[in-house]
Design a protein around this ligand. Structure first.
Ligand code: DGY
Length: 329
């Protein structure tokens, strides 16, 4: 929907962004307020910074809920998120106040899919345990029986959420000789399914016992919060692995740690956690878990492209047009 032009918007950016993005923002928008430190702001600090701005550029570390949105100043008209996931933003509250929300889809797909494969390989081939053994001086040399992981080729990969990232993971899994199963609200077109050699499961519970590795790629919503709970983990094979590069809340972390400890699951690779940057002790204590600090999109190229998208969304919006990555109408 067209709106009035905002030729020189005041823009608050909540975190340090890549140098190139910050330079472009400063060149294009004299009202860009960039941070000099990189501390995530507390709720009240954030609200204070949103009193006299037209545009807010948050990241996943900012909770932009109904309270923050209702306390933001009346000028706020665009939330241009630096990231694709928008679960930290109350979209309805923004919409009800006439605030447009944009994100950065497409440009972090391949990097996140790469990280997913890295986690799969790390946990299935026991790379973390092996690296630890080597560094601690416990490696006594090559031995026929030591550190045997599992072969990736021929295994069944289950993908929950077949969007851009799920599809990119499926393509990689094909190259590794895995079979692909997926659970998604809607089924892919037949041609896409054939190209990815993918099998659709309408019923997630029915897919779980069939897969050797389960990987999560759906957005965090009310429906997916706690989706992989103790009951569903119990449906998986005891020698299966779980990988999550989406959002921590989708998996019940306590139930996952308990299942791993009890030998009801072979291992897990996690890039995301429900209370970042806090990681549950129960997971930290386990040997068969690879843990990463939310870095699926952390490449120089990816973060630069995310910044470009943020700048484009703001520029198009300030010219009075619909920004290309508007999340809701
Ligand atoms: C994303 O883009 O959603 C990443 O997880 C960081 O927010």
């Amino acid at each position: 929907m067209a709106h009035d032009r905002v030729p020189d918007p005041q823009i608050f950016v909540s975190r340090r962004l890549p140098d190139q993005t910050e330079s472009r923002m400063s060149e294009l928008f004299s009202g860009a307020q960039l941070r000099t430190d990189d501390r995530a702001l507390e709720r009240d600090e954030l609200v204070a910074r949103l009193q006299d701005v037209d545009v807010f550029v948050p990241t996943v570390t900012d909770t932009v809920d109904a309270d923050v949105i209702s306390r933001a100043g009346p000028r706020l008209k665009l939330i241009a998120n630096f990231g694709v996931g928008v679960d930290h933003i109350d979209l309805k509250a923004a919409h009800d106040r006439g605030i447009i929300v944009t994100n950065t889809p497409g440009v972090l797909t391949e990097d996140t899919a790469d990280m997913t494969m890295a986690l799969i390989l790390s946990v299935v081939r026991r790379m973390r345990e092996a690296g630890r053994m080597l560094r601690s001086g416990d490696w006594a040399g090559w031995a026929p029986t030591s550190l045997r992981g599992r072969r990736i080729g021929g295994k069944a990969l289950g993908i929950v959420g077949m969007g851009r990232i799920g599809g990119a993971v499926a393509a990689r899994a094909n190259a590794f000789g895995m079979s692909v199963h997926y659970h998604n609200r809607s089924r892919m077109a037949e041609a896409a399914e054939t190209a990815l050699r993918a099998t659709w499961w309408d019923d997630l519970d029915a897919m779980l016992p069939e897969v050797d590795i389960l990987t999560i790629h759906c957005p965090l919503t009310e429906e997916t919060d706690g989706l992989i709970d103790a009951r569903r983990l119990g449906l998986m094979k005891e020698d299966a692995y779980l990988v999550n590069t989406a959002r921590g809340e989708i998996v019940d972390e306590a139930a996952l740690a308990a299942a791993l400890k009890a030998g009801k699951l072979a291992g897990a690779g996690l890039d995301v956690f429900s209370d970042e940057p806090n990681v549950p002790e129960a997971l930290l204590a386990l040997p068969n878990v690879t843990l990463q600090p939310h870095m699926g999109s952390a490449t120089v190229e990816g973060r630069r492209a995310m910044g470009d998208k943020v700048v484009t969304n703001i520029r198009v919006w300030s010219d009075g047009h619909r920004p290309p990555d508007q999340v809701l109408e």
